[in-house]
Design a protein around this ligand. Structure first.
Ligand code: HEC
Length: 106
C-alpha cells in the first residue's frame, strides 16, 4: 500500500513542481527578451536617473502599474505608448523578469 502511494503520488508531485519551475523560468526568459525596450529608459541596476527604478517589485504590483498606464489611468505618454501593445502574458513575463533583477526598489 505504501509502495503504491509512493509510486503514484510522489512522481506526480515531483513532475508538478518541475512544470511550475519551468513555467516561471520561461516567463523570466520571455520577460528578458521583452525588457530590451524598457531598459533603454529604466536602469537594470535599480539606479534612479530621473526615471524610476523598476527592479525587485512584487509581480502583482508591477502588473497593476503597467495596466494603469495602458488604461490611461496613470498619465505618462511614454509609458502609455510602451504598454499599449502589451497583453497579460507579456506583462506577467516582464514582471517576473524585473522582479528577479537588481535591488528591491518597491
Ligand atoms: C521612453 C522611456 C521609457 C520606456 C521605453 C519605458 N519606460 Fe517605464 N517609465 C518611464 C517614465 C518616465 C516613468 C515615470 C512615469 C510617471 O511618472 O508616471 C516610467 C514608469 C514606469 C513604471 C512605474 C514606476 C513607478 O515607480 O511608479 C513601471 C513599472 C515601468 N515604467 C515599467 C516599464 C516597462 C516594463 C517598460 C518596458 C515594457 C518600460 N517601463 C519602458 C519611461 C520609460
Amino acid at each position: 500500500m505504501i509502495e503504491m502511494f509512493v509510486r503514484i503520488f510522489v512522481p506526480a508531485s515531483v513532475v508538478l513542481v518541475l512544470v511550475q519551475a519551468a513555467a516561471i523560468a520561461d516567463d523570466t526568459e520571455y520577460g528578458e527578451y521583452l525588457s530590451a525596450e524598457c531598459v533603454t529608459c529604466h536602469q537594470l541596476s535599480g539606479a534612479d536617473d530621473g526615471i524610476p527604478p523598476i527592479t525587485g517589485w512584487d509581480i502583482a504590483s508591477f502588473v497593476a502599474v503597467l495596466k494603469s498606464y495602458k488604461q490611461k489611468e496613470r498619465d505618462n505618454p511614454a509609458m502609455q505608448l510602451v504598454t499599449s501593445n502589451l497583453g497579460d502574458e507579456e506583462m506577467n513575463a516582464l514582471a517576473a523578469y524585473f522582479a528577479s533583477q537588481g535591488p528591491v526598489t518597491k
